[in-house]
Design a binder for this molecule. Structure first.
Ligand SMILES: [Zn+2]
Length: 222
């Protein structure tokens, strides 16, 4: 059976049976050709190059519908100036967008609001072969495709730490900084979810590059 046919079969099988194998909670998933096409086009474009802070990974493991063809481990953005801790496991299209979010949105927001530079981003989650919000039986999360990043805090060069959980409705500066970071993310990602979206996101921002809606162009910024 050709590889694509096998993948489609696996997708249908997973859709019909739910994915009950593996150790985590089961999820619903289907094969979506755009994922492969988008990743391959990103890899071919040379938008992501191996550096001391961006490494290629052989694989991410997980079940057949999880993972990415050529995943990367990203431990810093903006030419190595801003650390991502722990390092994020992401597919190719996510890397330039995360970098742009940092350079065009988060760093300017830190300078404007605190007069300090951004030193570190706390990564709450990146790759994980699991259903959305870890709810058994839900659709496979974008995290399962290494197409999503959860961020819970930002640390500035002077040691100031701004956490989403306490700062979203916190003092004026924390709240202003976090709202600027959240709203600016909507220009870089197709999905941006924060504490105003639901209780699952009370302590972090979720950003991803999912294609939604009939034309794949529906965005969520909440
Ligand atoms: Zn998330």
């Amino acid at each position: 059976m050709p590889l694509n046919r096998i993948r489609i079969f696996l997708g249908i099988a997973a859709l019909a049976l739910l994915s009950a194998c593996g150790t985590g909670p089961y999820f619903v998933a289907k094969y979506e050709p755009w994922r492969e096409a988008e990743e391959r086009s990103c890899l071919a474009s040379g938008a992501v190059r191996e550096t001391t802070f961006i490494h290629t990974r052989a694989s991410l493991g997980g079940q057949s519908l999880c993972g990415a063809e050529q995943p990367f481990e990203m431990s810093a953005a903006d030419g190595g100036r801003v650390a991502l801790k722990p390092a994020a496991l992401l597919r190719c299209p996510m890397i330039p967008q995360v970098d742009r979010w940092v350079v065009d949105v988060i760093e300017p927001a830190a300078r404007k609001t605190y007069g300090a530079s951004l030193a570190e981003i706390t990564v709450a989650a990146s790759y994980g072969c699991r259903p959305m919000n870890n709810v058994p039986g839900a659709h496979l999360s974008e995290h399962g495709h290494a197409n999503a990043l959860d961020v819970s805090a930002f640390t500035l060069s002077d040691g100031t730490r701004i956490a989403v959980k306490s700062g979203w409705r916190g003092d004026g500066r924390q709240s202003a900084f976090l709202h600027a970071v959240h709203d600016g993310a909507c220009g870089e990602f197709t999905t941006v979810l924060g504490p105003d979206y639901d209780s699952h996101h009370h302590d972090h921002f979720h950003v991803d590059l999912a294609r939604r809606g009939p034309d794949g162009l529906r965005t969520v910024c909440k």
